[in-house]
Design a binder for this molecule. Structure first.
Ligand SMILES: NC(=O)C1=CN([C@@H]2O[C@H](COP(=O)(O)OP(=O)(O)OC[C@H]3O[C@@H](n4cnc5c(N)ncnc54)[C@H](OP(=O)(O)O)[C@@H]3O)[C@@H](O)[C@H]2O)C=CC1
Ligand SMILES: Nc1nc(=O)c2c([nH]1)NC[C@@H]1CN(c3ccc(C(=O)N[C@@H](CCC(=O)O)C(=O)O)cc3)C=[N+]21
Length: 283
């Protein structure tokens, strides 16, 4: 049976380090500050935002939640972002995704100053990542958190076959770049990939982020592979589950992340890590 990658306990460790960093910064008179901007009333989004705020407060990070109605205009939303661009108490700005369909989400993202872009979604930061630039810049939290897990469990990446399923700007694309920068041979697959399992069966590292419940079954996984499940799906009883058929894949894989308790907590912990880094870099 596979080793279960314990995202929750790794996230706890990372959060402890972050808390110490916050204490150090406070001695220098810097209080890391985060604003989460949420548009509309989606209950799932609201829960995530509340979780982020609670975690920030636990770690001593100053945290603001800005709730806007779904009827807000794009100009007014951009106005809110600009207000926090100017606010010296705020080091990280997160606009919760997705925005209402009528909005040009990339345009809103571009309005965030790259040095306050805690999600790493601004094209300047995406460009830095894709060019594998060294130096200090934010990176999308979910893929970065996954890299932290892979490193912690000493999963070899160099020269390995990595397959990413899903190509969103939040997960799949930055994941592709990070694995490539770590010298894996990366294949990026998506909805139009024909014969998906032909690729996944060849993966030493398989990262799945589609939102399709149990898309990946045991016969699609190479024995001994590392399987990272980003999906946050609901089964017929409303229970949280992933894009990977965990109960069967765990008998084939070498390492596997559970849902919940895998990638999710690492995403939040990485977000906290990155606010503190942004605060440090702004000094
Ligand atoms: N735990 C965490 O921290 C996070 C979890 N999530 C979860 O991860 C999942 C994915 O999120 P996100 O990346 O934002 O999703 P998106 O909906 O933005 O993207 C989904 C991607 O999956 C691809 N896809 C859809 N169906 C298939 C299929 N049958 N075969 C192969 N590829 C397919 C799509 O392809 P195409 O581009 O061709 O349409 C697309 O690239 C969701 O469940 C989300 O809730 C997301 C972010 C963070
Ligand atoms: N601008 C922006 N940045 C994001 O990082 C972002 C976003 N928008 N929109 C939505 C997705 C989703 N996302 C998750 C974060 C934590 C958990 C998480 O903590 N999950 C727990 C369980 C939570 C539960 O029980 O419901 C777990 O997997 O154990 C899940 C999903 C961040 N996202």
């Amino acid at each position: 049976m596979a080793t279960i990658i314990d995202g929750k306990s790794l996230a706890n460790e990372l959060n402890k380090k972050t808390k110490l960093e916050v204490e150090q910064l406070k001695k220098k008179g810097i209080v890391p500050g985060l604003v989460v901007i949420i548009v509309g009333e989606d209950p799932a989004s609201k829960i995530y935002v509340r979780n982020k705020q609670r975690k920030a407060e636990q770690l001593g990070i100053y945290s603001v939640v800005e709730e806007a109605p779904s009827t807000i205009s794009e100009e007014d939303l951009i106005g809110i972002v600009q207000k926090y661009n100017q606010d010296p108490a705020i080091h990280g700005i997160l606009v919760q995704s997705p925005l209402p369909k009528t909005m040009d989400e990339p345009r809103v993202t571009r309005t965030i100053l790259p040095e306050k872009d805690v999600d790493g979604f601004h094209p300047v930061n995406v460009g830095r990542l894709f060019a594998n630039l060294k130096g200090d810049y934010p990176i999308a939290c979910t893929p970065r958190g996954i890299m932290t897990m892979l490193k912690h469990y000493e999963i070899p990446m160099e020269g390995k076959n990595a397959v990413v399923v899903g190509r969103s700007n939040i997960v799949g694309r930055p994941m592709m770049a990070l694995l490539n920068n770590a010298n894996a041979t990366v294949t990026l697959t998506h909805r139009f990939t024909s014969n998906l399992s032909q690729y996944t069966q060849n993966a030493d590292i398989l990262v799945v982020a589609t939102g399709v419940r149990h898309l990946i079954k045991a016969d699609a996984v190479k024995p001994g592979a590392t399987v990272i499940d980003v999906g946050m799906d609901r089964d017929e009883n409303g229970k949280l589950t992933g894009d990977v058929d965990f109960d069967h894949v765990k008998d084939v894989a070498g390492f596997i992340t559970p849902v919940p308790g895998g990638v999710g907590p690492m995403t939040i912990a990485t977000l906290m890590q990155q606010i503190v880094e942004l605060a440090k870099w702004s000094d």
